[in-house]
Design a protein around this ligand. Structure first.
Ligand code: CMP
Length: 139
């Protein structure tokens, strides 16, 4: 099991002014920031990032939303990072997210769900590499 995961603070949380509180929560929960940047995805780049969901009915909506405004991308480090971070953010659908989780606190719907968290060690590496060069990381 790896000690790194990848996250994005999504356009809804950025627009609603929750980015600072969310990053503060990452740190307070013991995640070390390895890399961090704010950027805005083009529809092409958002489509590439979420290519695994290409056949899903919500893919178009997902790409449109993820390219609708700025996002913050980060690589985070903690023991058993992928699973620990997914517990911290809560279920994909905020209506099903546990009390106190980031999605319960800040997400509005299954589509606009405040944060992304990698679902496996393999995808954490792929997703981190999508956004960050070696120079952009504190190794
Ligand atoms: P994320 O963890 O970023 O990974 C894929 C995203 O697809 C997910 O969060 C949701 O934002 C989005 N998603 C999943 N299911 C649905 C759905 N039924 N309708 C709209 N968006 C969805």
């Amino acid at each position: 099991m790896s000690n790194r995961t990848f996250t994005m603070i999504k356009p809804d949380a950025m627009k609603n002014g929750h980015a600072g509180a969310i990053i503060d929560r990452f740190i307070k929960e013991g995640f070390k920031i390895v890399a961090l940047k704010m950027t805005k995805l083009s529809p092409e780049k958002a489509g590439e990032f979420y290519a695994i969901h290409k056949e899903r009915p919500f893919y178009g909506e997902l790409v449109e939303f993820m390219s609708s405004g700025p996002i913050i991308a980060a690589i985070l480090e903690k023991a058993n990072a992928v699973a620990t971070f997914r517990t911290l953010i809560g279920a994909t659908n905020p209506a099903q997210a546990a009390e106190g989780t980031i999605r319960k606190l800040y997400a509005t719907s299954v589509g606009e769900n405040a944060v992304h968290g990698s679902d496996s060690d393999e995808n954490a590496i792929i997703e981190g590499n999508f956004f960050f060069s070696g120079l952009e990381r504190v190794l």
